[in-house]
Design a protein around this ligand. Structure first.
Ligand code: FA5
Length: 341
């Protein structure tokens, strides 16, 4: 019996050396220590032995059982540690000091259109100016030939601050300051956010963007105005855009016009974005009123000029096929992220 136990130990040692995986070790454990395993079989054979011999052999088998159990466990542990080490070594290294990776943001479609229009005008010799959103009554109205109680103010109700200042209703509010700052001749565009106390619908917002432009020089005429407008629109839309000019009244221009573009959302048939007219009022414009030039410190006998107030938000609607202006301020990132450029 002793002989049998010794050769089983040798056989086990050999098999253990060859067990290179967790599965092989488990199979080995079952083969030796399982209910019907080799050691259980050996125990069974003790029945044929007598007294002391049985006791001695029983102890030897139990010792071997404990050895097998201990060695299989130790081998399994070693294998597990080796596997962990291998995984750590093969894992991608990372630097905990790097900033967290997040989704990339994207430019707002209005910013994209604004940059595009700025680029176009800059190539035509215009400079770009900034102007505050909070202004005073003089710059927003009085310096634009809109005295107190003038009916033109009804169209532009806005939000007043307790100190008498207001949120600008149009980018024209910067005209006077820019004329005073640079004098004539002058070619400037000035984009900005405007605010109006307005009920909203598919084409009206209480907060929207305009891009104002003025060009003042000797002999500037309506022909120059039309040329710059058409050049800018066909560059933005990369095709000839249908426009129409109709008379429009603004106290700070004379004559004044409304420049409409054919609605690109419906092809001019009529839809909610164009109030079913087929045309979208996009860019009022006109020749700067002599009194406005005068208030800006420019001699109207020497200089003439044109001004326009492009509806930048509406231009972005047309450019990107946005059917409802309210989508722009909705904060809907899924919709806005489509414009990444
Ligand atoms: C003005 O604001 C004048 N200051 C424009 C101007 C400048 C005329 C220079 C002559 C010379 P109006 O209120 O029409 O005009 O607005 C100009 C453009 O801004 C509109 O054609 C439209 O495209 C856009 N706009 C006006 N109100 C809203 C609104 N509530 N929501 C979105 N866009 C608007």
């Amino acid at each position: 019996m002793e002989q049998k136990i010794t050769s089983l130990r040798e056989q086990f040692t050999l098999a253990l050396n060859n067990a290179a995986s967790a599965a092989a070790l488990e199979a080995l454990r079952v083969e030796y220590l399982g209910k019907k395993g080799l050691l259980a079989e050996l125990m069974q054979s003790l029945r044929t032995l007598s007294g002391d011999e049985k006791k001695q052999a029983g102890q030897l088998i139990n010792t071997l059982k404990n050895e097998v159990d201990g060695l299989v466990r130790a081998a399994a542990e070693t294998l597990q540690k080796e596997e962990q080490k291998r995984q750590i070594n093969s894992a991608k290294r990372y630097d905990v000091t790097l900033p967290e990776r997040t989704e990339h943001g994207s430019y707002h479609p209005i910013s994209l259109v604004q940059r595009e229009v700025e680029r176009i005008f800059v190539t035509m010799g215009f400079t770009v100016e900034e102007y505050p959103e909070v202004v005073d009554d003089y710059h927003c109205f009085e310096a634009l030939n809109i005295p107190k109680h003038h009916p033109a103010r009804d169209m532009q109700d806005t939000y007043y601050l307790s100190n008498g200042q207001l949120l600008k209703t149009h980018t024209s509010a910067a005209q006077n300051a820019i004329m005073r700052k640079y004098g004539a001749p002058l070619r400037v565009i000035f984009p900005g956010r405007c605010f109006r106390n307005e009920s909203t619908d598919a084409c009206h917002e209480n907060t929207f963007f305009q891009m104002e432009g003025i060009m003042i020089d000797r002999d500037i005429s309506i022909a120059n105005l039309i040329y710059f407008m058409k050049t800018m629109l066909s560059e933005v839309f990369q095709r000839d855009v249908k426009v129409r000019l109709r008379p429009g009244f603004f106290p700070f221009v004379e004559p004044g016009f409304e420049l409409d573009i054919s609605c690109l959302n419906c092809g001019g048939v009529g839809c909610p974005s164009c109030k079913n007219s087929g045309w979208l009022e996009l860019c009022p414009c006109g020749m700067i009123h002599p009194r406005v030039l005068e208030m800006g410190g420019i001699d109207p006998d020497e200089y003439t000029g044109f001004a326009f107030g492009l509806g930048l938000t509406r231009l972005a609607m047309m450019r990107y096929g946005v059917k409802d202006i309210r989508d722009f301020n909705s904060g809907n990132l899924k919709a806005l992220a489509q414009f990444t450029q």
